[in-house]
Write a protein that binds this ligand. Structure first.
Ligand SMILES: [Zn+2]
Length: 365
């Protein structure tokens, strides 16, 4: 098992060095995380935009409306994993530490990335609109679909300075629960709270209230709640999901077992899909979004099976913004933002943020 993981990582490095396509890279690339987890079955600058007078709106609106225009053209996507709070505890010199360095970013980096995205004119948009080709953005800004994979807070995160779960604070805001030697506390240092804050600071960073897509597997619970036989945990998940949905977040399947849709049999995909739906039916409710684990694309038959289970919008991984409509499914691409991208794609990422300015001083080079 250890050797497989290492071979995967080395293969990825070799492919990256010869400029492999994003799809191939990602498929191998995210294999590393799966094996670690095994043991289970260029644009315009931002500009101020006037807010319409309240009298123009017949009904009261909680947030000032930002004038929007239709966007024609590809829509960029990018994804993250849960954030690392203390780099030296995650980026140790061992296989797991190398995995965190390659596939994850720190809270320090994510804050700087959000600032770069805002300054470079990007605005978060709804994945359904991206799939339908009906994206609207504030005048002069560019659309981006943000996603976060594996919002499960897996057991292998333990002791590595990532959050333990998502929770609601007494005001009903989504926070991350973090535990260390000094005890348990709530923090903003995770994707959802930091994006929520950025949008609150800069309403034009979100079009029509959109935030992003949160993808969850099922094999270790949901959002860090591990024991879903516990009625209190189930109630916490329901309340969390209600708040996420009300504040612009969408939930996606990431399959039940983080399976490889390019390799597993149709029967295995069908079984896995049934398990995800059974687990989430009463906790998350319906979703039409599915994010391929490892970015691994299913066969035509596999894609149709997932479509028939309700997943009409599917996401893979690529460094090129792409929207593919085929067989009643729309497949949207996403960039991986992580240590590999920082090392290998600084020029391609410059339109989003300056890698040199973003990179955590405590990230191993
Ligand atoms: Zn994943």
């Amino acid at each position: 098992m250890r050797r497989r993981w290492l071979v995967t990582v080395l293969t990825v490095v070799a492919l990256a060095a010869v400029g492999a396509t994003g799809g191939v890279l990602a498929k191998l690339h995210y294999g590393g995380v799966r094996i670690v987890a095994a043991g289970r079955p260029a644009g315009p600058a931002p500009q101020p935009t006037s807010v319409p007078a309240p009298s123009r709106s017949p009904s009261p609106s909680p947030a000032p409306a930002v004038p929007l225009v239709a966007w024609h053209g590809p829509v960029e996507g990018m994804f993250f994993h849960p954030l690392i709070l203390v780099p030296e505890r995650a980026f140790t010199d061992d296989q797991l530490g190398h995995g965190f360095a390659h596939y994850f970013v720190t809270a320090h980096e994510f804050r700087a990335i959000l600032d770069g995205l805002w300054r470079n004119g990007w605005t978060l948009v709804d994945a359904h609109r991206a799939a339908a080709g009906t994206v609207m953005v504030p005048v002069g800004r560019k659309p981006l679909v943000l996603s976060e994979d594996d919002v499960n807070y897996y057991d292998y995160f333990a002791g590595r300075a990532l959050a333990k779960r998502l929770v609601l604070d007494p005001s009903g805001n989504v926070k991350a629960e973090y535990a260390d030697a000094s005890g348990i506390r709530l923090t903003d240092d995770d994707v959802v709270p930091l994006v929520d804050e950025e949008v609150a600071r800069h309403p034009e960073f979100s079009a029509q209230g959109a935030k992003g897509v949160l993808a969850v597997t099922g094999y270790e619970g949901l959002f860090g709640e591990k024991d879903l036989t516990d009625p209190a945990a189930r109630q916490r998940v329901r309340a969390l999901v209600a708040r996420l949905r009300a504040t612009g977040w969408l939930i996606a399947s990431h399959t039940y077992g983080h399976i490889d849709l390019s390799k597993d049999s149709l029967a295995a995909v069908a079984r896995d899909t049934s398990r995800w739906l059974a687990l989430t039916r009463d906790l998350i409710g319906p979703t039409d979004l599915l994010i391929y684990p490892f970015g691994a694309r299913p066969s035509t038959a596999g894609r149709a099976l997932l479509r028939d289970a309700g997943f009409r919008i599917q996401f893979d991984i690529d460094v090129t913004a792409r929207r593919l409509a085929v067989d009643g499914v729309v497949v949207l691409s996403r960039r991986h933002i992580d240590g590999y991208a920082f090392a290998g794609q600084p020029r391609a990422l410059a339109k989003f943020f300056d890698v040199a300015a973003v990179i955590d001083p405590d990230r191993p080079r």
